[in-house]
Design a protein around this ligand. Sequence first.
Ligand code: X8Z
Ligand code: ZN
Length: 604
Amino acid sequence: MQKWFYSAAVAALMTATAAQAQTDGDTPTVDDARAFLSEAEAELAEYNEYASRVYWVYENFITFDTERLVERVGAEGTEMAVRLANGTAPFAAIELPEDLRRKMTALTAGITLPAPSGDDAATELASITTRMSSAYSTGTIDVDGETVPLNELEVLMRTERNPEFLANIWNDWRAAIDPDQMASDYARMVEITNQGARELGFDNLAEMWLSNYDMPADEMEAEVERLWGQVSPLYEQLHCYVRAELNEEYGDDVQPETGPIRADILGNMWAQGWSGIYDIVAPEGAGEQYDLTALLVDQGYDARRMVETGEGFFSSLGLEELPDTFWERSLFTRPEDRDVVCHASAWDLDSQEDIRIKMCISINADDFRTVHHELGHNYYQRAYRHQDTLFQTGAHDGFHEAIGDFIALSITPDYLVQIGVLDESQVPDASADTGLLMEQALDKIAFLPFGYLMDQWRWQIFRGETTPDEYNESWWELRERIQGVTPPVDRPDNAFDPGAKYHIPNNVPYLRYFLAHILQYQFHQAACEMAGWEGPLHRCSVYGNAEVGARLNAMLEMGASEPWPDALEAFTGTREMDGSAIIAYFQPLMTYLEEENEGRTCGW
Ligand code: X8Z
Ligand code: ZN
């Protein structure tokens, strides 16, 4: 649970002044608003630090007792957030300077899970969300007589090739999260939080989540549609090519030539990133590639060294190195003796220097990139620590998710030579470009529809378009229609498959990752231009470029103090999110895929 979650999850305090003004029937003044916000921010800052420490302990030691602690602190946080959000009401009708208005909006729209005031709704909500979170993080399945946790299942999904075995672990993981309990918890949570959203003046929670992007919710939704429309043709080509290769590998019985792709044979528990099956779909005749996982393993990399290497990249840009406490307090590997939340996260506990990551690192290329992803959060957090509490967050949540990924786009062959992971003689020549791009597209292009549909599913529920008895059906309707994937085995009546993905039981909005996948290529393109790079974008690394570092830091330092188009402009010169950068990046691969797919019937 990241620090900016708390900033967003909490809101403003009804000051004596504002309350007084309201009871007297006077219109509050701008000074009243300023005083109100400043008291609210002080309360928030104090709560944030305390709550972060409680959540940290829970996520590092999931026990009966720590669950009770987070339930209490979670309920208190929701009650405070809702009280403060309601406290903004007297200021709705007065004209405010832009920065104060932005803070008021952050207070009302920024609560991820609101509860209605009174009736112990916040307490019930906290107990439901804690139960869902623990069910997810403590889930294990039996594989050949051994109890296996999710982070090891993820490795098996990448590396195993027997379709029956894959179908089994895919199915068993979905049974391991206690689907009956979780589905009913989820339905109750939707009722409570929708009531909370309505009390704050929103139609439902979907509208509230979409109100955090410096524009009206319906415009933001249209923006998302536009972006998906820009990039979906890339996905269709990749899907078509990968399906054909899988058909060749496994035969018609496992993967037919037409229709959706079986979700368990794409190298990932959720079919959200497909680089695990690069070996199956590698382009014929693509030049010699290197295997980053093998290089890291062969060179004896351990978890800490992966993180040190990530830090080294940020340092090369001129960013200050991580504090000693980062190394003392972070969690890098899964402890054997207790339950923890293994899903990777980055933390800022005190809005100063106490930043950490918590991750169960495996030594492979995927986690090497995730380390950079998490560090991106930490560098962002540290850069905006001088902002006021309500501005201590990303320009929008997609920015927060894009920073570390943008850095990881610079993990090129030349960069790997510079840090001694790859030998000069192993640098692939231009004939390997299609392969390099393919491997990356398997993660980044394949992710796009998944990143897009996760919140489509939730928005439909929040809007009442999907009822609890339709949860799983509507999940698979979206997965088939948008992503073109299908379950390997019939879904049981009680299945709650979305609950088997971290962000659903943990209520982390997901649109941010879709936006980040678009934005990171805009950042990369702009940074490479700054660096004077003239070659193909996928060969560009900004490692060691102090100018890029300084301009990046200038954007990070802004936090959420200005509308996000200003932050985007500060770094890239443009004010719009735009798919043309990712399209340009993968253009050579698209040409290849279109040729390969000639004569095939694409789509599903
Ligand atoms: O959840 C994450 C990060 C933590 S913010 C590891 N990601 C999404 C996921 O794992 O589903 C990163 C990319 C998508
Ligand atoms: Zn993240």
